[in-house]
Design a protein around this ligand. Structure first.
Ligand code: A2P
Length: 282
């Protein structure tokens, strides 16, 4: 028997105009430098929480040939692997080739999304441990927004410490609200276990604007202040695992510090004590 498609429904389906197009479903502007947005998820896309994909828009036409090419950048997926949509958290750079335009997207617009997720900030790249540290600066919070909503994070660890260092207090809001929302998330409390979020120790700091805790996380760890505030011992390879995602200088400095505590860098093919990835900046 031939299956008949309802004519009205068929008409309502939007025809994609871009290759690998996904449709924007919501946009939130957090500060004049930061925004997050959600898009439809390709039915076939499977990824591990913490991974990234290439996303973008069509570039400007080439002045000579008139040809247009996609303008793509690596973006951590900020939503967890079980979410039916995909979420991204982005900086706005006024003269950045992509984000100067991406910041203006509206629900209903299309973006390009290459459905090939990759990355090292995944549970598979770490050996079992007791405490998991997430170290982020700026939009480096994105992969942790995914992992903080991933049941495995709480199944594998007794404690999760998330540190987030930003210039200004307003830049902490996306992360702070996300962590706060976990308390009232009925689905996650049911799936992972009531009160799972009590395993999280959140340590936000600012460097260029007054807030409850000032200073770079690296300095606060070196002085011992961060450990005293958190009520935990400094990291050790026996108990602690870590993921780093921030700007380049931060990643390098923290990497050196973690090696100083005796932690060894891991990868998908060789799970160890910590992993690192650069946050997208453009
Ligand atoms: P600072 O204001 O002292 O430079 P950016 O927006 O430039 O990516 O920086 C995000 C945050 O990361 C800022 O608070 C910045 O502090 C901090 N930061 C930059 N470099 C380092 C580093 N090497 N170690 C720790 N924090 C850093």
């Amino acid at each position: 028997m031939t299956e008949l498609t309802n004519v009205t429904e068929a008409k309502a389906i939007k025809v994609p105009t871009l290759p690998d197009a996904q449709t924007v479903t919501s946009v939130t502007h957090w500060t004049d430098r930061l925004f997050s947005f959600r898009v439809t998820r390709p039915a076939s896309l499977r990824f591990r929480s913490g991974e990234f994909v290439m996303i973008g828009l069509m570039g400007e036409p080439h002045p000579g040939t008139g040809k247009v090419k996609p303008l793509l950048r690596a973006y951590s997926i900020a939503s967890p692997s079980w979410d039916e949509e995909l979420e991204f958290y982005s900086i706005k750079v006024q003269d950045g080739p992509l984000t100067s335009r991406l910041q203006h997207i509206q629900p209903g617009d299309e973006i390009i999304l290459r459905p090939k997720p990759v990355g090292t900030l995944v549970h598979d790249a770490l050996l079992p441990g007791k405490r998991l540290w997430f170290f982020a600066t700026g939009t480096g919070f994105a992969p942790f927004a995914s992992l903080l909503r991933e049941p495995q994070t709480y199944e594998d660890y007794d404690e999760i410490v998330i540190t987030h260092t930003c210039r200004e207090a307003g830049e902490l809001t996306y992360g702070a609200e996300l962590i706060e929302s976990l308390k009232g998330d009925e689905l996650l409390n049911e799936v992972i276990g009531e009160g799972f979020w009590k395993k999280i120790k959140y340590y936000p700091t600012t460097t260029r604007e007054e807030s409850a805790k000032m200073g770079r996380i690296t300095d606060l760890m070196r002085s011992g202040e961060a450990f005293a505030d958190l009520g935990v011992a400094p990291l050790s390879p026996e108990t602690d695992r870590a993921m780093i995602c921030g700007n380049l200088a931060f990643n390098l400095e923290l990497k050196e510090m973690l090696e100083g505590y005796g932690l060894v860098e891991g990868a998908n093919s060789n799970p160890q004590h910590y992993v690192v990835e650069k946050a997208f900046l453009d």
